[in-house]
Structure formats: structure tokens, C-alpha cells
Design a binder for this molecule. Structure first.
Ligand code: BES
Ligand code: ZN
Ligand code: ZN
Length: 518
């Protein structure tokens, strides 16, 4: 997929590309569209064909002789925004503009339009910089497609995607607009990258692929950098894991011929006051292991690395934007298979921090690999806080469906930060409790803990397992099993992997202030 060029262009009449878009609000009384399309839209409203509801569209083919000459452009789309004051959810108006961007991308695909201009509407409900950010984000995310494995001459490959996107600023200052556009584009490209990783099949996107991607992206950035870059990549291989006593990831990997990798990307600027640690589950295929899953839908378990993809792709944004806070991402990566050496129910393993665990169900493998990554990462980097993200439990899908990701943790301030970052990103989070009663469910008779907690509260008992590996460090856990794919249908979220988590983590880092976890 190529990235479209995003530019600011003042003169709407000079635009001679494939599609020009005017966004209009729903009419309360009187005309709803000003400027060159005013009369035509008025007519459409009068005959009852258009009212400016969200996602409503009108397509025109302008000719010479129209009031203002738009004859240079192939088509004009008038697009409804509804009434933004009805967006009651936190971050609702931001998401309206993201969805609008998604509608625009879909229309472009339908019309095979590659050069686009969008005129920014006015509203007091959202600053213009944020409007540009969300529109660009929505356009980029809506323009996503994964056609790598389709024939060169297939219909899926006919339209290569957007090439040139211009925003017409209206009264907005160019710098404000440019900054908003940059924020939107950078975040969206990272999300598209995460979707690409997830779309890759389990035979292509292995633990080694994770490691190679991280090494290459860090190497490329370091090579091109003239200033100090503060970036680094470390890979812990199987022998390192053995030396360090990472019995969890080693146990999960035992049923596989693919070597495990602990992938670490560091951004540690000298001026940092603190460091945030991100940990993402990188199970490149989850068969369940000896506790084998059923066949129906098992192919979706290639998406079990979406947490790992999210932290790695968030790191790409960090590398470009260079915030004052340090950020380290760790991806424990392996597949979970059932080879002859595989870990078995009843086996006891020892994690990096010495805690022993009785493996009751080999399909509860995510927590087992995350445990080592959390304990090692905290020991190695002494972070101010740690956020892990994982497609961890079917139980969270039962509880929250495909609309919210689950949030659990030991620190109210960090949890609050994440809830607002999620709301601003259109990736809502819902917090679930933790506590002694849940921890009791994972007590083992023969080891310190066991890896499942019975039928009830499965999302929470998984988090209770992880809690054993974070000590007093402020920690939050995001369970994205319901949202990493099949996420709430929206114009900018395709079927398949959503890239959820990338933008929430990016937003958390962008708005970071030292000491927020207390
Ligand atoms: N990767 C799965 C969780 C999952 C399930 C993600 C459905 C997305 C959709 C995880 O490793 C798993 O299999 N968890 C088990 C845990 C159980 C054995 C305690 C589950 O949720 O069924
Ligand atoms: Zn599993
Ligand atoms: Zn899994």
C-alpha cells in the first residue's frame, strides 16, 4: 500500500483532480450549504433527496457556467455530517470526523478517485487542527487494503488507493492545519502497518518476522538520522531466555519448530524524566497447544499477535515524534503449537521472577509469555509504568462484545489516562475489577499459581495472573480479544484486523506528563 500525499491547498477553484468534497451539517432551518454548491444542494433538500444526515451523499458532475467555476474537477461530492452536537460520547465529535474520512475513502474507492480535495467545514465543537487530524486519520484508515496475495490482475488490485489528498483550510491557520494533518497521518500509517502484520498469515508472520521487522525499522531510522536518535533494538533469542530463566515463553514455544523471540525496541532520550514500558502479546498462531482449539474459526488465531503489532507500530510513531518521555516496547513472540515436545497440562514451569506456575490449560498461553516479558522488562528498565496489550481471553468478548476493550490494572491514575486516550482515539475501554477474591481463583495446590481460574470471570483471572509479575509498578492491562478484529463496524475500520490499541497508546504518550501515575 502506498501512502497518499497530504497537502494544504487554498484555492478550491484551481483543483482539477478526481473528487472535491464539501462536508455539510444537517439542516435545522434554512440552507445547509454555502459556497459554490449552495443552490444545487438547496434544490436537493427541497425535493427531499438530501438533509445532511451523517453519511448521506450527493454526487455532482460540474459543468462550465456554474456559479463558481468548478469545471476543472471531475466530480463534486456533498457529504452529510449530521448534527455534531448530538455526539454525546467523550471524543464523539473527533470520531465523527474520523468516520467522515472513512466515508470519503470509501467513495473514492467506488469512483476510483485518486486525487482528492476536502474543504473543511466550520464548527465550534472541535478545533480545526483536531478536525484535520481526525479527517486525515479517517481517510488514511478507510483507504486501507491488503492485496499482497491477490493476482496482479485481480479486481481487488484495480484501484491502487489514494495518491494525493488536499485539505482546503478555509479560515484556519496553515501551521495549525499542518500539525493536525501530520498527527493524523503518522498515527494512521502506524495502524495500517499493524493491520498488515496481522493480515500476514501465520506461516509468514513468525516470531522471527517480528524480530526482523523491528531490527530493520530501527536500523533504517538510525541510518538516516543526523541527530542523536536514542533508538535501539534488542532481540533475546532462545539461548538468552534459557540463561535468564524465562520458563514461560520457553514452555509455550516447546511445541513448535519456530524459535521464540523476545523483541525489544527502546527509545531512551537523554532528557527523559521517566520511561513507559509497553508489552504486547505476540502469539503468531494460537492452536491452543495440547489443549487444542476446535477447528471452527481457528484460522483467526493468526491474529493472536495483534497486541505485539500494536506496541511495535506505536513505537514507530514514537521514533518519528521523539517525545520527552522514554518508551520501551517488548514483544514476547512465539506460536503455540502441539509438537512432540509441547508443554502439557499438569506441567509446572518457573517464570523469570522465580514464580512457579502449574499449566492447567495450554491454551491460556498469552499470560504465560507476557509474565516473563513483564517481569524482565520491569527489572531491566525500571519504568514509571507498564501497559500490556493482548488478545488474551474469549471471556472479555463475552463480557464486552466487540465494542469495548477490557481494561484492568493496579493504578487509578494510569487507568484514567488510558480511558481518556481511548475515548479520544475512538477505541473505548471499560475497566473491570481486580482483587483478592479473583486471585484466589488461580491458586494452585502444587505451584505458586496456576494458569487458569475456572469458568467465571475469565478476563479478570487472566489479569490476576499478570498482576503477579508487575510488583508495585503502576500497571494497566488491555484485553483486545474482542476488538483486534471484528471491531464495531465503522467506515474507517475494515473487516479483518482493526489495528486497535496503536492510536490509544500513541495518544497516551503524546499527552504524557511526568508523574501522572503518582
Ligand atoms: N488467544 C486466545 C484468546 C482469544 C479468544 C482471542 C477468542 C480472541 C478471540 C487465548 O490464548 C485463549 O485461548 N484463551 C482461552 C483461555 C482459557 C483456556 C482459560 C480462552 O479465552 O478461551
Ligand atoms: Zn490460547
Ligand atoms: Zn492466545
Amino acid at each position: 500500500m502506498t501512502t497518499p500525499r497530504f497537502v494544504i491547498e487554498d484555492n478550491v477553484e484551481d483543483f482539477n483532480g478526481d473528487l472535491l468534497v464539501f462536508c455539510v451539517y444537517q439542516a435545522k432551518e434554512g440552507g445547509l450549504c454555502h459556497g459554490p454548491m449552495e443552490k444545487q444542494v438547496q434544490k436537493a433538500v427541497e425535493v427531499g433527496d438530501f438533509s445532511g444526515k451523517e453519511e448521506e451523499t450527493l454526487l455532482f458532475y460540474p459543468l462550465h457556467g456554474m456559479e463558481l467555476s468548478l469545471a476543472g474537477v471531475k466530480r463534486v461530492l456533498v457529504l452529510g455530517l449530521g448534527d455534531p452536537s448530538e455526539q454525546e460520547e467523550p471524543g464523539g465529535v473527533r470520531d465523527l470526523f474520523r468516520r467522515t474520512g472513512g466515508v470519503i475513502a470509501k467513495q473514492c474507492e467506488k469512483l476510483k478517485a485518486q486525487t482528492l480535495m476536502v474543504t473543511l467545514p466550520e464548527t465550534e465543537l472541535l478545533e480545526p487542527g483536531q478536525m484535520a487530524e481526525c479527517l486525515v486519520e479517517g481517510i488514511c484508515l478507510g483507504d486501507y487494503r491488503f492485496v499482497k496475495y491477490k493476482k496482479e490482475k485481480s479486481k481487488e488490485r484495480e484501484y491502487p488507493g489514494l495518491n494525493h489528498v488536499a485539505l482546503a483550510p478555509g479560515k484556519t491557520d496553515h501551521d495549525v492545519l499542518q500539525r493536525g494533518m501530520d498527527l493524523g497521518r503518522t498515527a494512521a500509517m502506524a495502524v495500517c502497518q499493524a493491520r498488515d502484520m496481522a493480515n500476514e498469515p501465520g506461516n509468514a508472520w513468525t516470531a522471527t518476522a517480528f524480530a526482523e521487522f523491528a531490527q530493520n525499522f530501527v536500523e533504517d531510522l538510525v541510518k538516516d538520522s543526523t541527530e542523536p536518535h536514542s533508538l535501539g533494538c534488542r532481540i533475546l533469542e532462545k539461548s538468552d531466555m534459557e540463561r535468564l530463566g524465562m520458563g514461560g515463553i520457553l514452555a509455550v514455544n516447546r511445541g513448535s519448530d519456530e524459535p521464540p523471540q523476545m523483541v525489544v525496541v527502546e527509545y531512551l532520550p537523554e532528557k527523559r524524566a521517566e520511561t513507559i514500558l509497553l508489552v504486547g502479546k505476540g502469539v503468531t498462531f494460537d492452536s491452543g497447544g495440547i489443549s487444542l482449539k476446535t477447528a471452527l474459526g481457528m484460522e483467526n488465531m493468526k491474529y493472536d499477535m495483534c497486541g505485539g503489532a500494536a506496541v511495535l507500530c506505536a513505537m514507530q510513531v514514537v521514533a518519528l515524534e521523539r517525545p520527552n518521555v522514554g518508551v520501551v516496547a517488548i514483544i514476547p513472540a512465539t506460536d503455540n503449537l502441539a509438537g512432540g515436545m509441547a508443554v502439557k497440562p499438569g506441567d509446572i514451569i518457573r517464570h523469570f521472577n522465580g514464580i512457579t506456575s502449574e499449566i492447567i490449560n495450554t491454551d491460556a498461553e498469552g499470560r504465560v509469555i507476557l509474565a516473563d516479558a513483564l517481569a524482565w522488562g520491569i527489572n531491566e528498565y525500571s519504568p514509571c509504568c507498564v501497559v500490556d496489550i493482548a488478545t488474551l481471553t474469549g471471556a472479555v468478548v463475552m463480557g464486552l462484545g466487540h465494542h469495548y476493550s477490557g481494561l484492568m490494572g493496579n493504578n487509578d491514575l494510569l487507568a484514567q489516562r488510558l480511558v481518556s486516550a481511548g475515548a479520544r482515539s475512538g477505541e473505548p475501554l471499560w475497566r473491570l475489577p481486580l482483587g483478592k477474591a479473583y486471585s484466589k481463583q488461580i491458586e494452585s495446590k502444587v505451584a505458586d499459581i496456576r494458569n487458569i481460574g475456572g469458568k467465571s470471570a475469565g478476563a479478570i483471572t487472566a489479569a490476576a495472573y499478570l498482576e503477579n509479575f508487575v510488583g508495585d509498578t503502576p500497571w494497566a492491562h488491555l484485553d483486545i480479544a474482542g476488538t483486534a478484529w471484528d471491531f464495531t463496524e465503522k467506515t474507517y475500520i475494515p473487516k479483518g484486523p482493526s489495528g486497535v490499541g496503536v492510536r490509544t497508546l500513541v495518544e497516551l504518550i503524546r499527552s504524557w506528563e511526568p508523574g501522572v501515575c503518582g
